[in-house]
Design a protein around this ligand. Structure first.
Ligand SMILES: Cc1ncc(COP(=O)(O)O)c(C=O)c1O
Length: 375
């Protein structure tokens, strides 16, 4: 009889940093936490007001797929900022994109029981792999090219035949990679040629030099996944959406409705207000740019170089003297700065460390000063 191994959840990635956090916390002012990509900047007033107004009104169950107003606002945002026309009923809400990332393999496997594999970038947001694991399916990491993009040529044809979905994440966590449109078009074509759903996680799109979406290559076989967590500093609100292939969006909307996924009414109202406003995003981008310039310059003087791409949210650090991600994180923690060792994002990330530029300059500067003084 085959042995069935019960699932034991692995430690949550950021809980592995508890010891480093304690070290960083002993510095004056406490830990400067740049480990998790959680925005700490203010929620725009117009967004907070919309949520508060909605919270004072009727609180019946919200539509699982999202309100018509949310559909309209998200479609208008895509047209305005991403230069792509999406019909409002070819998109639907999700409760932040993490639950969407993790639940997708399970729902796709119900739809296509012959396939059992999730393909994802070998250095990536950990939830792509976890979604496969929690669906009891195979997770296969695909190597990246020299610019941190998933290398389509590295996909084993045998894995492609079994694949339910291929995840890409451009602009990318943790490397800040930013693919051009030609790359996204190639990925969409690959998915169509191999009959594999392409899920394109585009939650950092506002912080790249060009705002590219895979939907510019047409919706067939493709889902673009978007979040307000990073764009509008709304990680605590839990609201995002997915858009693309009409049949796929319809299938997911119907299954997710049965599963009871619903974005709370005030969060949907907040999303409508957030998608209608670009000024706060432009402001936020300038904050990240200023932090990136400062931290990059100060760390480079100390032998820690950004080895990733141009997106503004993360620095992907490599030590000139060859220290690995944990050694770098240890050294930075002694100055009060908490970063994530790169192996949290896959074994190939081990030589790197990720710094999320989520803390204000006045918190970053003293830690950078201590780093230099510490030698
Ligand atoms: C690449 C990527 N996708 C998705 C998410 C999840 O974002 P949320 O669930 O807040 O929309 C994150 C959060 O860090 C992320 O880095």
């Amino acid at each position: 009889m085959a042995t069935v191994v019960p699932f034991v959840p692995p430690p949550y990635p950021y809980e592995r940093l508890d010891a480093l956090k304690q070290i960083a916390d002993t510095q004056p002012g406490g830990v400067v936490d740049c480990s998790i990509g959680t925005p700490c900047d203010p929620v725009p007033d117009v967004v907070a007001a919309a949520a508060a107004d909605a919270a004072r009104q009727s609180m019946g169950y919200p539509p699982s797929a999202g309100t018509p107003a949310l559909h309209e606002a998200a479609a208008a945002w895509m047209a305005r900022r991403l230069d792509v026309e999406v019909a409002p009923d070819h998109l639907a809400a999700c409760v932040g994109t993490k639950e969407m990332v993790v639940s997708l393999p399970h729902l796709l496997a119900l739809r296509d029981p012959e396939r059992d594999t999730v393909l994802y970038p070998a250095v990536a947001y950990p939830s792509y792999e976890m979604g496969a694991t929690l669906a009891n399916r195979r997770a296969v990491a695909v190597p990246l090219d020299a610019e941190w993009h998933l290398d389509l040529d590295a996909i084993d044809p045998a894995d492609a035949r079994r694949a339910l979905v291929l995840w890409i994440n451009e602009p990318g966590n943790p490397s800040s990679s930013a693919a051009d449109l030609a790359y996204l078009e190639r990925v969409a074509e690959w998915g169509r040629a191999n009959n594999v759903v392409i899920a394109s996680d585009e939650c950092y799109v506002e912080f790249a030099p060009d705002r590219n979406t895979i939907l510019r290559a047409g919706p067939d076989g493709v889902l673009a996944v978007h979040s307000l967590s990073k764009r509008s500093n709304l990680a605590g609100m839990r609201v995002g959406f997915y858009a693309g292939d009409p049949a796929l969006v319809h299938y997911l909307t119907e299954t997710r409705k049965h599963a009871g996924f619903m974005v709370p009414t005030p969060a949907q109202a907040a999303a409508v207000a957030a998608f209608a406003d670009d000024a706060h995003v432009d402001e936020q981008r300038e904050r990240y740019r200023a932090r990136r310039d400062l931290v990059m310059e100060r760390l480079a003087a100390d032998g820690l170089l950004h080895a990733g791409g141009p997106m503004l949210f993360y620095l992907w650090l490599r030590d000139d003297h060859g220290a690995d991600g944990w050694a770098m994180a240890d050294r930075l923690a002694r100055a009060g700065l908490l970063v994530s060792p790169g192996d949290l994002y896959g074994d190939a990330g081990a030589p790197y460390a990720r710094l999320a530029l989520v803390q204000p300059l006045e918190r970053l500067e003293p830690a950078l000063d201590r780093l230099v003084k510490g030698g």
